[in-house]
Ligand binder design. Structure first.
Ligand code: FAD
Length: 322
């Protein structure tokens, strides 16, 4: 049989094929009540300590959606997990007090919209929290199932099993539709929203009057379709501004497209010893402006305000990650 799965999944697939079919059988009876022992230093309400312990597991954030008559019902959920590749299965855990649980039964479909980093307002909204200045959510219907527009990834699943999950109910869904776009996910950790900080913008956060004189020192560069602009690991000390066309930035597990006005090599130009962290390739004809490290240092010497602004930007970044 021909396989297209990445090699790290191969062992898991072999085991899944030989696994027993009788899944579900052990869920018929609720497990006996047991005592929850808390580790040293976790005095106080055990329920709170347990919740906080679980909160150490960082997750993404989804909005689950279901069609109810001609209306849409949505609910924020981070208790979502992938279960199986073949067949494609996912699992969601829903509080028994939530309305959403009443809309899901074996055979019904639900949508899963994986929220993008900027969609905290939508998450609050679908969690029943006050979310100010959030535009009305809009939905796209796929397989008669509403999905939140603008999300990073979408799935439509049909409930194939539901299980007792204490004060929650577990719904196993067979996935019928899946797609994802480009962007960064919204994260949830320790009861707070978080986000990934990758390729932190540095120069693009400088005020325009300080950034423009630096970019004005750039030399024009042109690239043809498919030409490699930078390679991961390579030493590089140039800041590139994309002027026309688009480039593809690729690193393991992630690929993004950058267009006019966006900067490349913001960290490397300040830290040339570290090497490039991604492969960057031209998509079609591309024009850039390249500011060498020497030109940059000259510009900072000429106008220390830009140097001070850079230190402030870097300090703010440090605070975000500390
Ligand atoms: P409601 O509370 O009635 O609805 C939820 C909110 O969505 C309401 O404000 C409603 O006005 C709004 N809404 C619904 N449909 C629409 C629509 N069509 N257009 C506009 N607004 C709409 N609970 C779980 O059970 N499991 C989880 O995994 C989980 N994870 C969570 C993760 C996070 C980050 C947060 C913040 C909350 C989480 N919750 C989870 C809590 C859950 O989101 C709330 O308890 C939610 O209010 C339950 O929704 P409900 O189905 O009872 O409906």
């Amino acid at each position: 049989m021909e396989r297209s799965e990445p090699p790290e999944f191969e062992v898991a697939i072999e085991r899944a094929i030989s696994a027993p079919e009788a899944f579900g059988a052990s869920f018929d009876e609720a497990p006996a009540r047991g005592e929850l022992e808390l580790g040293a230093g976790l005095e106080g309400d055990p329920a709170i300590a347990f919740r906080r312990t679980l909160g150490m597991f960082a997750t993404g954030v989804t909005v689950l959606t279901a069609r109810v008559s001609e209306q849409v019902h949505g609910m924020t959920a981070n208790a979502f997990m992938s279960v199986s590749l073949t067949p494609p299965l996912v699992l969601v855990s829903i509080d028994r007090r939530a309305k959403m649980g009443a809309f899901l039964h074996e055979g019904t479909r639900f949508g899963v919209s994986v929220l993008e980093a900027r969609q905290t307002g939508l998450s609050d909204r679908f969690a029943g929290r006050i979310a100010e200045d959030v535009p009305e959510p809009t939905f796209e219907v796929v397989r008669e199932t509403p999905l939140v527009e603008g999300a990073l990834a979408h799935l439509v699943a049909r409930v194939v099993r539901s299980y007792w999950g204490g004060d929650h109910s577990l719904f196993l869904g067979q996935v019928e539709f899946a797609r994802y776009g480009e962007g960064r996910p919204l994260l949830f950790h320790g009861g707070r929203y978080e986000r990934l900080i990758e390729d932190p913008p540095v120069f693009s956060l400088l005020p325009e009057e300080l950034l423009e004189p630096i970019l004005a020192l750039g030399e024009p560069r042109e690239y043809v379709d498919g030409q490699v602009i930078m390679r991961a690991g390579e030493r590089g000390a140039e800041l590139l501004l994309v002027v026309a066309g688009s480039v593809r930035v690729e690193r393991p597990g992630r690929s993004v497209k950058l267009g006019p006005g966006e900067l490349i090599g913001e960290i490397e130009v300040l830290d040339p010893g570290g090497g490039r962290i991604a492969d960057i390739t031209a998509e079609g004809a591309v024009r850039c402006l390249a500011v060498t490290r020497a030109s940059l240092l000259g510009a900072l010497e000429a106008d220390p305000r830009a140097a001070i602004a850079l230190i402030e930007v870097l300090a703010a970044r440090f605070r975000e990650t500390a």
